[in-house]
Design a protein around this ligand. Structure first.
Ligand code: CO
Length: 131
């Protein structure tokens, strides 16, 4: 298991890119819009993991609500797993509250699922299975 990426909520991608790309010199791997999740995403490689900048497509989207409640900052931590269905079943058996009972399509064509912060000591956790 490894840390796949850290998701950072930004009001606009450019605000995040000003730091991570322009000031720190990281390269943008990909920018894409994931309409089902209401976000525009920029992925920047840092070592063998990534920073994922998240810009909400609307104030009602999950990241939009996060920003209005908490402001910009760390939104979630994502770990890469081999078998996301098995990991979800395991977490559920242990009583974790799942946001996604079944995986959905995320950035970079990965399967992703979110675990509720109430099950993870306050940190929104994303599982990622690369295809
Ligand atoms: Co993510």
């Amino acid at each position: 298991m490894k840390l796949d990426h850290i998701g950072l909520a930004t009001r606009q991608l450019d605000e995040g890119l000003a730091l991570w790309r322009d000031a720190l010199g990281l390269e943008v791997d990909a920018t894409e819009e994931i309409s089902e999740q209401g976000v525009r995403v920029a992925m920047l490689a840092i070592g063998d993991t990534h920073v994922e900048l998240l810009e909400p497509l609307s104030p009602e989207s999950p990241v939009g609500k996060f920003l209005s409640k908490r402001g910009p900052g760390i939104h979630h931590v994502a770990v890469a797993v081999e078998d996301i269905h098995a990991s979800l079943a395991d977490l559920k058996r242990r009583g974790a509250r799942l946001i996604d009972e079944t995986p959905r399509l995320g950035a970079r064509g990965c399967l992703v699922a979110f675990i509720h912060p109430s099950a993870t000591n306050g940190v929104l956790l994303e599982l990622v299975q690369h295809q």
